[in-house]
Design a protein around this ligand. Structure first.
Ligand SMILES: Cc1cc2nc3c(=O)[nH]c(=O)nc-3n(C[C@H](O)[C@H](O)[C@H](O)COP(=O)(O)OP(=O)(O)OC[C@H]3O[C@@H](n4cnc5c(N)ncnc54)[C@H](O)[C@@H]3O)c2cc1C
Length: 465
């Protein structure tokens, strides 16, 4: 056991607590009320534009609306006390220089003060579209225009239909997914800090999921961390698909930097997990060995032991989408169907949606959420000013609408990237990806790692200062 790692974690936990405490002292009276699920029938207020979700999309649309017209009456409803960024959070797992949990946690006081939108710390529990009312844990908010940016939820029930509620709760606690801001990131960091020699297993969701390169960046950062701390073991990725985002760039980096420490197991479907025994059972495909000379692949069931399991379940749209009774795609994610080349929903002209939940074929990323937030603010501002508006992407492609970096190495820090150009297909806004190589001929470079840090700092400055 490495005591230094445990000591470092204690310091990290204290700094996050300090940030959270600072954020609480900046709360408004409404925010300071105790959290709870009790739904009050009391009408608290009416706002011209209400945004559900104070994440990447929600904060961007709120700020952009106020920049377009300071007289717009904008309220953001957010259930968490503080903002926590998922982008760049894998750098914390890798223990890159100067990074700690407090790098990702921000208080909402600063943007509220600077841009002048309102913020209610409450959880949305129901939406009545006919009455244009949002039910929250503190009371009812009325709206003229509603923007949804609630992000994702986990679909343990859909992926593991035979698991009991108790088993799901146990698995959630013991094998943190860390794909949604919150304590699960702290839990995963703690487990890695306390781990003995042994393997770390990461499971990849099926279907649409938040930030498709995230599990693979995480594998890179865990491998970097294990190497640095001299922890013996592998990082095993169980992927239901054969390939993944930035595939060639990740594979090249892993081969160069980690020998065979990172093992990608394609076509691997999880069957069961036993958090007490620390075992995971899955179906996978291997080369046939039973009949000599026949070759080919066969499906086998395997059970392996893990030291830390990062079980990332399938994703679905946040329940807020269902509360709004909007038309959604028929897949297991349930993406919000949009009204043509727009961020207005197909179902209700007074409800807009942005970020991870939209059915446009653009990557579910923070950068895209921010882009869609700006587009949506433009649309709403034109509408409220009585002017016609067409999204620029309808007439000309948007170059690098999404730029997504992934850290792959430490000492020296190196990263890879993908850019997506956005265009209108006549049905949806679509993103076409390109993974560039560095001048060295390799995908990864130190320059891209610097760009990753710059992108993150810029994104946070855009939301908070
Ligand atoms: C490990 C990891 C790494 C990533 N790296 C990158 C990256 O490098 N670059 C990049 O661009 N993207 C990255 N992403 C993706 C990015 O985090 C998301 O795509 C982005 O946050 C989506 O924005 P959003 O506004 O849709 O949702 P979020 O940012 O999740 O915001 C949703 C908000 O809604 C709130 N909410 C939900 N339900 C309710 C309710 N009922 N009542 C009130 N509030 C509610 C939530 O608390 C949350 O604050 C990464 C993600 C992960 C997990």
């Amino acid at each position: 056991m490495n005591m230094n790692r445990r000591d470092a974690l204690k310091v990290g936990a204290v700094s996050v607590a300090a940030v959270a405490a600072t954020a609480m002292t900046g709360c408004t009276e409404a925010e300071a009320k105790p959290a709870g699920k009790a739904v009050s029938e009391k009408v608290l207020a009416k706002h011209q534009i209400v945004v559900i979700g104070g994440g990447f999309g929600g904060l961007t649309v709120a700020k952009s609306l106020k920049k377009k017209d300071k007289n717009f009456n904008v309220l953001v409803i957010e259930k968490n006390d503080t903002f926590m960024s998922c982008p760049f959070s894998n750098a914390n797992i890798g223990k890159l220089d100067g990074i700690s949990l407090s790098t990702f946690v921000f208080d909402y006081g600063q943007p509220v003060e600077k841009y002048g939108y309102g913020m209610l710390k409450a959880e949305v529990t129901a939406i009545n579209r006919e009455a244009k009312e949002i039910y929250t844990t503190h009371g009812i908010i009325k709206y003229d225009i509603l923007v949804l940016s609630p992000g994702i939820a986990y679909d343990y029930e859909g992926q593991f239909p035979t698991w009991s509620k108790e088993k799901i709760e146990h698995v959630v606690r013991e094998t943190p997914a860390a794909l949604i801001p919150g304590a699960e990131h702290v839990a995963l960091e703690r487990q890695l800090a306390n781990m003995e020699d042994g393997d770390v297993v990461i499971t990849v969701p099926n279907g649409k999921f938040r930030c498709p390169p995230a599990p693979f960046e995480r594998a890179s950062m865990i491998a970097a961390y294990m190497k640095k701390e001299d922890i013996q073991g592998k990082v095993i990725i169980l992927n239901p698909k054969s390939k993944f985002a930035k595939y060639g760039a990740f594979m090249e980096s892993w081969k160069d930097l980690y020998d065979d420490r990172i093992v990608h197991m394609p076509q691997s479907v999880i069957l069961d997990v036993d958090p007490k025994a620390k075992t995971i059972t899955f179906k996978t495909v291997v080369e046939r060995t039973d009949v000599v000379g026949l070759g080919g692949l066969e499906s086998v069931k395997k059970t392996i032991k893990y030291e830390v399991l990062n079980l990332i379940p399938n994703n679905k749209a946040n329940p807020v989408v269902e509360m709004a009774t909007l038309e959604t795609s028929k897949d297991s994610f349930g993406k919000v169907l949009m009204n043509g080349c727009s961020f207005q929903t197909k179902t209700d002209k007074d409800i807009y949606a942005i970020g991870d939940v939209v059915a446009h074929a653009i990557p579910p990323s923070g950068q895209t959420a921010s882009w869609s937030g700006k587009q949506c603010a433009d649309e709403i501002a034109h509408r409220l000013h009585g002017k016609a508006y067409t999204l620029a992407v309808k007439t000309a492609p948007v170059k690098a609408g999404n730029v997504c970096f992934s850290m792959v190495g430490d000492r020296p820090e190196e990263a890879i990237m993908v850019t997506h150009d956005f265009s209108w297909t006549g049905k949806v806004i679509k993103g076409k990806g390109h993974v560039p190589k560095a001048p060295s001929g390799k995908f990864r470079s130190e320059g891209t790692a610097k760009a990753t840090r710059n992108w993150y700092n810029g994104a946070m400055a855009d939301l908070f200062s």
